[in-house]
Design a protein around this ligand. Structure first.
Ligand code: ATP
Ligand code: MG
Ligand code: MG
Ligand code: MG
Length: 573
């Protein structure tokens, strides 16, 4: 590539609405241009970075055995009604009608669409497992789009979805993706950390986020340097009530969660179902109960603590002594799963809307009485994953003991660049995505889903790599690996010839080099390449050529060094 034939659009000043360094630098370096709030054009220089990120992600996903496809951005809203997610998703979901007044959405994620594909085309256990992925444009009508491409409304995501005949096989793929993500972020040259996470609006059970560590990150992470413990503090906030319940329970860790296959009927209490599932008589006592309460703005999850022991059938609001609201309104079973290490939690799926003022018993009972509440019919590891260890770290300060007992906690901030989930049968059940097993029996598929914020990664990489002169890209994702900057290009025949020869030689050696033939002032050319974050710069000047040398400077080097012309390609390799 020659600079005169490319498009370099650097700016002296960043527009004033850019708040953080990566956003400012992406605008100044001409990587992106704003069209509307949270909506950006990837300029030619920026697109090269985006494509490099995308290709690393693609190579590693292919290597891990996932299969690429491409789903539409536009999705019929019907599918979202069928999965039950449509009404819950909220205003982030951009909806519109076509000319026939049919409802559509612009996909913020693709669980429904892929499940529809699989339920039509995959019929037998012989076709499983399968993992499909795409690298595709998403739209989320974020309430506060900001930080440029880091929280855009339109953005590029790699989203993968895996389908399995058993939970054990889903767990295998989940670990495969955990390792694959670690490889991807390592190859991208990022400092990152995997943390236990909340499942958010996507739902499901087990979940990890991958965070690029940066002070400007929107998420707070607590981690223990001496062990593997790391959690998103957002998740920890959601489990605060556990601590309260924990105090009365001997034999920590005995609990777990179980889900009932049966769906609860809205509007009806299902005490009998819960009792039957627990294998307990209806007179068995409980200390805590969770209800789903409907609010005007949607539903919210409330965990109620009860004073004394109560007949399952007699729980009334006046016995409530503690109330803890959860930020998320997703299924209670999932919200409580992570707390199962502390309480014996048994939930059953489906949503029973209760009037909060009456606090009618509904979706879930957390069995946790003073004597310890032993659950029957639940086998952890068989029916359900072992509960994760999560503790109340909402108010932790540096140096507090780690919940896993292995040392002290440190806090840092992170940018969520990847998220993996065990969805289990949430979508497959709703959309009737089944397969015939070896016995010819119809079974619901187990599902996992795995996202990477491809466009967010570009911003995150710049948050980690920059100085006062501009971007410092990791070598693997810089728009060009080398900038060849000739002095006096128009006038000096010798410089033109040497620069052209070096350019050809580097390209032949597979080194992605750009020749700056713009013949501008050296200072302004140097400033451009430093701002854009090109890792290597080679200056071709008459004086050096006389000694058979070229001047090399790495983006973070303090001084330039002279390298013999014939050795430059090998030096850069
Ligand atoms: P966040 O917590 O930042 O809102 P999320 O948890 O809603 O992200 P997921 O549903 O887990 O996002 O989507 C997978 C990945 O897509 C995220 O890990 C993130 O890297 C990326 N992503 C999500 N929202 C945006 C956005 N508005 N702009 C750019 N990338 C995004
Ligand atoms: Mg979000
Ligand atoms: Mg998140
Ligand atoms: Mg997420």
């Amino acid at each position: 590539m020659r600079a005169s034939q490319f498009f370099i659009a650097t700016l002296k000043e960043a527009p004033s609405d850019a708040e953080i360094v990566s956003h400012k630098l992406m605008l100044r370096a001409g990587l992106i241009r704003r069209l509307a709030g949270g909506i950006y054009t990837w300029m030619p220089m920026g697109l090269r970075v985006l494509r490099k990120v995308e290709n690393i992600v693609r190579e590693e996903m292919d290597r891990a055995g996932a299969i690429e496809l491409l789903m539409p951005a536009v999705q019929p809203f019907e599918l979202w009604e069928e999965s039950g997610r449509g009404p819950k998703y909220g205003p982030e979901l951009l909806r519109f009608k076509d000319r026939h007044q049919r409802d559509f959405v612009i996909g913020p994620t693709h669980e429904e669409v892929i499940t529809d594909v699989v339920r039509r085309d995959v019929k037998s256990y012989r076709q499983l497992p399968r993992h499909f992925y795409q690298i595709q444009t998403k739209f989320r009508d974020e309430i506060r789009p900001r930080f440029g491409v880091m929280r855009g409304r339109e953005f590029l995501m790699k989203d993968g979805y895996s389908f399995h005949t058993s939970y054990a096989d889903l767990e295998r793929e989940y670990r495969n993706m955990y390792d694959t993500y670690s490889r991807i972020f390592t190859r991208l040259g990022l400092k990152f950390r995997a943390v236990a996470a909340d499942t958010g609006a996507i739902g499901g059970t087990g979940s990890h986020e991958f965070h690029v560590l940066a002070d400007s990150g929107e998420d707070a992470i607590a981690f223990c340097p001496a062990s593997d413990y790391a959690a998103n503090v957002e998740l920890a906030e959601a489990v605060t009530p556990v601590k309260v319940m924990r105090s009365g329970i001997p034999g920590d860790g005995a609990g777990g969660t179980a889900t009932m296959e049966k769906k609860a009927t809205p509007g009806k209490t299902r005490c009998e179902d819960v009792a039957a599932f627990l294998g307990l008589p209806l007179t068995q006592t409980v200390k805590a109960i969770a209800v789903m309460a409907e609010k005007e703005s949607g539903s919210e999850f409330v965990l109620l603590l009860l004073r004394g022991d109560h007949d399952l059938n007699e729980i009334k609001a006046q016995k409530v002594v503690g109330e803890f609201r959860f930020a998320r309104d997703e299924e209670i079973v999932e919200a409580l799963r992570c707390k199962a290490g502390y309480i014996g939690a048994v939930g059953f799926k489906g949503r029973v809307v209760a009037d909060r003022s009456v606090a009618v018993m509904s979706d879930m009972v957390c069995g946790a009485n003073e004597e310890g509440f032993h659950l029957t019919g639940v086998n952890f590891g068989r029916d359900l994953p072992q509960p994760a260890t999560v503790a109340d770290i909402r108010n932790v300060v540096e140096g507090d003991p780690s919940p896993d007992g292995n040392g002290t906690l440190e806090l840092c901030r992170g940018i969520e660049v990847g998220h993996i989930f065990q969805l289990r049968t949430k979508y497959a059940e709703a959309l009737k995505c089944t397969f015939l097993d070896e016995q010819g029996k119809d079974q619901v598929m187990e599902m996992g889903c795995y996202g990477i914020g491809v466009s967010r990664i570009v911003g995150a990489a710049i948050e980690q790599g920059h100085d006062e002169r501009g971007i410092i890209f990791p070598a693997g994702i810089a728009p060009f690996a080398v900038a060849i900057v000739p002095m006096n290009y128009a006038k000096s025949e010798a410089v033109r010839a040497a620069a052209g020869a070096l350019h050809a030689e580097l390209l032949a050696a597979g080194i992605d080099a750009i020749l700056d033939d713009r013949d501008e002032r050296p200072g302004s050319m140097f400033a451009d390449w430093e701002l854009i974050g090109i890792p290597h710069r080679v200056v071709v000047g008459e004086r050096g050529l006389k000694e058979g040398k070229l001047e090399y400077k790495g983006r973070s080097d303090a001084e330039a060094t002279m390298v013999a012309i014939g050795e430059m390609a090998a030096f850069l390799k």
